[in-house]
Design a protein around this ligand. Sequence first.
Ligand code: PEP
Length: 253
Amino acid sequence: MRKKVVIANWKMNYDFHETTSFIRNFLKIVFERKINHDNKEIILSPSFPFLHISNQILQGTTLNIAAQNIHQSDKGSYTGEVSAFMLKSLGIRKVILGHSERRKFFFEKNDLLSKKIKMALKYSLDIIFCVGESSLERSKNKQFEVIKSQLKETVFHCSSDEMKYFYIAYEPIWAIGTGKTATIEQAQTMHEFIRSLFFNKYGQSISDEISILYGGSINELNAKDLFNQKDIDGGLIGRSSLEMEKFLKIVQS
Ligand code: PEP
């Protein structure tokens, strides 16, 4: 069955204390308020230095941790980088790749992302792979073409058997951190299109199974309408995931 997924992408925000106290409080509140999360996957994505402690706090729960990046090699002279090989040794099982901030500020292109995907798969990490068009591309009605080539040049190099490692996050760049969410119709139309690409490439069961998340200024007010769409299986949340009550409401949506 297709998974419902909510991911908190904390980017480069929380320090050690903020990360660990958020996670501990979150677990406490979920327990105290009896928030039902049986049928959904909740994934938290803290910065590299806090992955280990975060993972330890979550031991024995159903919540998961994802890293925000990996290098395309597993070892070597790459000062300052972190590899899938290292994450695996910490028991981290998921990674976000292709986020538009990585594409924009660190010049990550599809060919590099394709190498990162290979490395993640070598260590059996699940991949939350982000795609999205700019406002200029949308203004020229090129959004479908852009998303298609982002997938064709990366994820679609992988085999059917490898699809079980993927989540796709559709994140229109113009909606990230801007407070400007895609309309329900824009989001659903794109998700349906993405699912059709998976259908054409891999067939019915993979296109039915793959979770396609929306990301871009999701908040506690718009989450429910977005998540009610038939091809939107949850969300990748930036800003609103930094506030406990907002994030809890999004999870409950
Ligand atoms: C993101 O960066 O993935 C994101 C969706 O951010 P925000 O929710 O702040 O738009």
